[in-house]
Design a protein around this ligand. Structure first.
Ligand SMILES: [Zn+2]
Ligand SMILES: [Zn+2]
Length: 225
């Protein structure tokens, strides 16, 4: 006898966001495994390398953070997924990216707190939410590491760093952040960001946290340009 009672298995199927194929997750298994996972990268700033351990910039002028990790290279389809998550407020994609960060980041030491890179209040009002806060929430939920988003503010509405020269980038991001007094037990913190481009934003923010007594700052981001 035929039964038309739907089973949970079928109820859970949806179309893969990228290829449209039936999938239990937002992305099907094939699309998930085809994502541009980072492979050979600089051990400090996570920039893609062809050979070696450190990029030229980290050899000559290392950043103030200890180590940055990124899961993906910022190329198709990660650029598309991040821009949909960021500008179209697609929280299920942000959640998926947060899950993938938890699955692929290497936890050597347990940080005391996760700090999402803040947006300027004006940009936050335009966008309605901060994608880095959503990623931090997601990572916090799965790892139990607390997150704090009121410990620093962006006090300067900076231009995007892309397309600026090294000198312009430094001027643009100077004095962009204000860090509040930290909790006594914050020795090791991790900055959370969606995309790391030049690294100067997290470098400046890390410097501010080191000034107020944090011992070590790392960076975890979803994708690296
Ligand atoms: Zn797919
Ligand atoms: Zn580097």
């Amino acid at each position: 006898m035929l039964s038309f009672r739907p089973s949970n298995k079928w109820l859970l199927l949806q179309n893969c966001f990228l290829c449209g194929f039936n999938s239990k997750r937002l992305l099907c298994t094939a699309c998930l495994s085809d994502l541009p996972y980072q492979t050979l990268v600089c051990h400090i700033c996570s920039k893609s390398l062809i050979v070696g351990d450190l990029c030229n910039q980290c050899q000559q002028n290392p950043p103030s953070y200890t180590k940055a990790q990124a899961v993906f290279s910022y190329v198709y389809p990660i650029d598309k997924l991040i821009s949909v998550a960021k500008f179209k407020k697609n929280l299920s994609i942000l959640n998926l990216l947060g899950n993938l960060m938890v699955e692929h980041l290497k936890f050597e030491l347990r940080p005391d707190v996760l700090i999402p890179v803040p947006l300027h209040p004006k940009r936050l009002r335009q966008r309605g939410y901060n994608q880095s806060v959503e990623l931090a929430k997601c990572i916090s939920k799965y790892t139990g590491i607390p997150f704090a988003y009121k410990s620093c503010q962006r006090i300067k509405n900076t231009r995007p760093q892309v397309g600026l020269s090294a000198q312009q980038r430094i001027i643009n991001i100077q004095n962009a952040f204000q860090v509040n007094p930290i909790k006594n037990n914050w020795q090791y913190i991790v900055l959370i960001d969606d995309v790391m481009t030049t690294g100067s934003t997290v470098d400046v923010l890390a410097k501010e946290f080191l000034k107020v007594g944090v011992q070590r700052v790392d960076v975890w981001c979803c994708a690296r340009r």
